[in-house]
Structures are given as structure tokens and as C-alpha cells.
Design a binder for this molecule. Structure first.
Ligand code: COA
Ligand code: MG
Length: 322
């Protein structure tokens, strides 16, 4: 199942409104793990046909993904709207589309509809054994109480599902709650999402948008939100402005300190294992199988984020278990 590969890196997911020719062009020069062209809520209902056509022309004109982008996605309209099928018919046949971000997923049937439509519109990409086998991934936006309650069923609904995203604004509307800087009101929903994604072995859980993006104050809020989201288990964050991307990419990659710690553990753990020691200490703290496993995962992720692991391995090659 290629869609569930853990190699997907989706630290920043940047929305680009398909209705803005200027932003479509600008998107080609940006560095972001994911760029998601939006046909949903940043586009007014009357502008949808024109935005869809503009996006189709934009994507058809690309011979390959920009080198600093690892995934090009489209956010279509909700499966319950008449626009969804038009969006898929116009865009799913394009080979450059890696993923579909599906908003307002309220149950398994929304995912079944999109999965079957994708399989029908791009049959060779979805036929195992085909030369062009490369399934389009689906990333589901969770933005209602109903979706939170049905997470288990949603996660099991499609082999193409490759991540969940928490959308705070629609969730707040659904529950009539008010967003506060602490984000405490979203604790249950956010935690439920990361837990469900992990339990279903989905490679990504992406956190809410930081709506303030201007100046020092915007960046300070963003930093706080990234740290909180990462600590909860999210591996990426939605962005609405290019100025947010660098910080999100950096803070959702393992930090220098974390990587150094992890490299030391992985080196010492091999030596401890050879000596038949399952539990040992480093810097006065006990290290055993789950800690060593976490260290290996950090090293793997750091490697995929382009961090120089070899240099650190060289620096710490004499690390011994205490
Ligand atoms: N993608 C690509 N380019 C973007 C961008 C985005 N999301 N947001 C801003 N830019 C570009 C602008 O076009 C501008 O380019 P220019 O220098 O060539 O003129 C530059 O970045 C600076 O933009 P700025 O003037 O600071 O912002 P703005 O007032 O033009 O736009 C928003 C502010 C919030 C309206 C805009 O960022 C936006 O539409 N974001 C996405 C909203 C969205 O998709 N919402 C739905 C998902 S939650
Ligand atoms: Mg929404």
C-alpha cells in the first residue's frame, strides 16, 4: 500500500487559493513539503468554475513538481456539494496531482465516494501491477463533532487515506465555541485526531492553521502553536501565508538538540546490545527499548528532513553506554 508509506514528509501544508492568479504563480517559487491548491473556502461559490479552470490550466502547464515541493495537492469541495465531482473530473486525471485534500469529511461514505471516483478517473494510477501505479493520496479534514466521534470508521474507509488534518475554524463553528490563544478548547479533538491517525498507521496528522500571520506577534503565536502541536504528536501544520512556512518546516523537523541526543543513543545502543544490556544509562537517564526506538525514529526523520546525520555520527562514534 504505497499510500501508507511512512516516507511522506508533510511538515508544512500551504494553502494557495486557486482563484488568485498571482498566488498560483508565486507558489511555484516556494519551498514547502506540501502545497495545496484550494478550491474550497478561499473561493466564493460564484468564482468556483473559473478557479477550477485556472487551476487546471496552471497544473497542466507544469512538466514536473517544483524541486522544493514534495507533494502537490488540491483541496476540492466537500463530497456533499455538487462541486466535488466537477473538481475531481477536471483535476484528478492530471498526473502532477499527488494528493486530494478532502474537506468536511463527516463519515466513511465521503471517502468511499472520492476513492471510487479517483479510481475511475485515473485507473492506471490505481491498478496494482500497472506501470503507472502511483495512487493519489487522500488527506481528510476533520472539522465537526460528528467526524471526531466517527474517527475510527473514517480512518478505515479508504486505502488511499494518508493523513488527517484538524480544521479549527469549522470545528469551532460546529460546536459554537470560541478559539482562545491557549487552544485548550480543542484539546480533546486534537488529541483524538493524532491518536486515531497513529492507531490506523496513517503517516501524517496535521495541526490547525495559525490565523495570525503578520509581524513579530504573528510569528510568536505561530512558534507557540508549533511547539504545542509537535508536543501533542502532530507532524505538520497548515499554513495560509508563505511567511509561516519556514518556521513550520523547521519546528516540525527534529531540533538540533533532539538529533544529537538521538544519534548518541543509537550509537551507544548498538554497543549496549552487543554487550547484552537491554537497559542502560546516558547522561544519568535510563535508556531501554522504547527510548532507543524513539531515537531511531528521530534519526530517520532528521535524515528525511535533510539534516546532516553522518557528520553527527562521526562526531559521536565513540559514545559508550554509561
Ligand atoms: N500562497 C501563495 N502566495 C501567497 C499566499 C499564499 N497562500 N499568501 C500570500 N501570498 C503572496 C501574495 O500574493 C504576495 O505576493 P506578491 O509579493 O507577488 O504580491 C505576497 O505573498 C505577500 O502577501 P501579503 O501581501 O502579505 O498577503 P495578502 O494580503 O496578499 O494575502 C491572505 C493575505 C491571508 C488573504 C492570503 O495569504 C491568503 O489568501 N491565504 C490563503 C487563504 C486560504 O487558502 N484559506 C483557506 C484555507 S484555511
Ligand atoms: Mg474548513
Amino acid at each position: 500500500m504505497a499510500a501508507r508509506s511512512s516516507s511522506i514528509l508533510r511538515r508544512a501544508l500551504l494553502y494557495v487559493p486557486a482563484s488568485s492568479p498571482r498566488m498560483l504563480t508565486k507558489s511555484l517559487g516556494l519551498s514547502s513539503d506540501n502545497i495545496t491548491y484550494d478550491l474550497e473556502d478561499s473561493v466564493t461559490p460564484s468564482a468556483k468554475p473559473q478557479a477550477r479552470e485556472a487551476l487546471q490550466a496552471h497544473l497542466s502547464g507544469l512538466s514536473s513538481r517544483p524541486s522544493a515541493v514534495s507533494e502537490l495537492a488540491i483541496r476540492i469541495n466537500a463530497a456533499s456539494t455538487p462541486h466535488a465531482l466537477d473538481d475531481l473530473m477536471a483535476l484528478a486525471p492530471l498526473p502532477i496531482v499527488d494528493a486530494v485534500v478532502l474537506p468536511k469529511v463527516n463519515g466513511a461514505s465521503d471517502l468511499t465516494f472520492v476513492t471510487e471516483t479517483l479510481q475511475h478517473l485515473a485507473p492506471e494510477r490505481h491498478r496494482e501491477g500497472s506501470q503507472d501505479y502511483n495512487p493519489i493520496k487522500i488527506v481528510a479534514l476533520i472539522e465537526s463533532a460528528r467526524a471526531i466521534v466517527d474517527l475510527r470508521e473514517i480512518c478505515a474507509a479508504s486505502p488511499l487515506l494518508s493523513g488527517l488534518i484538524f480544521a479549527a475554524e469549522d470545528f469551532a463553528l460546529d460546536l459554537s465555541l470560541t478559539r482562545t490563544p491557549s487552544l485548550g478548547e480543542f484539546l480533546y479533538a486534537r488529541s483524538a485526531i493524532v491518536t486515531a491517525a497513529r492507531a490506523a498507521n496513517l503517516p501524517s496528522a496535521i495541526d490547525l492553521v495559525c490565523t495570525s500571520y503578520k509581524g513579530e506577534e504573528g510569528l510568536a503565536r505561530l512558534e507557540e502553536e508549533c511547539q504545542g502541536g509537535k508536543a501533542m504528536g502532530f507532524n505538520g501544520k497548515q499554513c495560509i501565508h508563505p511567511s509561516q512556512v519556514e518556521m513550520v518546516q523547521r519546528l516540525f523537523a527534529p531540533s538540533e538538540k533532539e538529533v544529537e541526543w538521538a544519534v548518541r543513543i543509537t550509537i551507544a545502543d548498538k554497543k549496549a546490545a552487543k554487550a547484552g544490556r537491554g537497559a542502560w544509562t546516558l547522561d544519568g537517564a535510563m535508556i531501554d527499548a522504547p527510548v532507543a526506538g524513539k531515537a531511531r525514529a528521530i534519526v530517520d526523520k532528521a535524515h528525511r528532513c535533510g539534516i546532516d546525520i553522518q557528520g553527527l555520527q562521526e562526531k559521536w562514534r565513540d559514545q559508550e553506554p554509561e
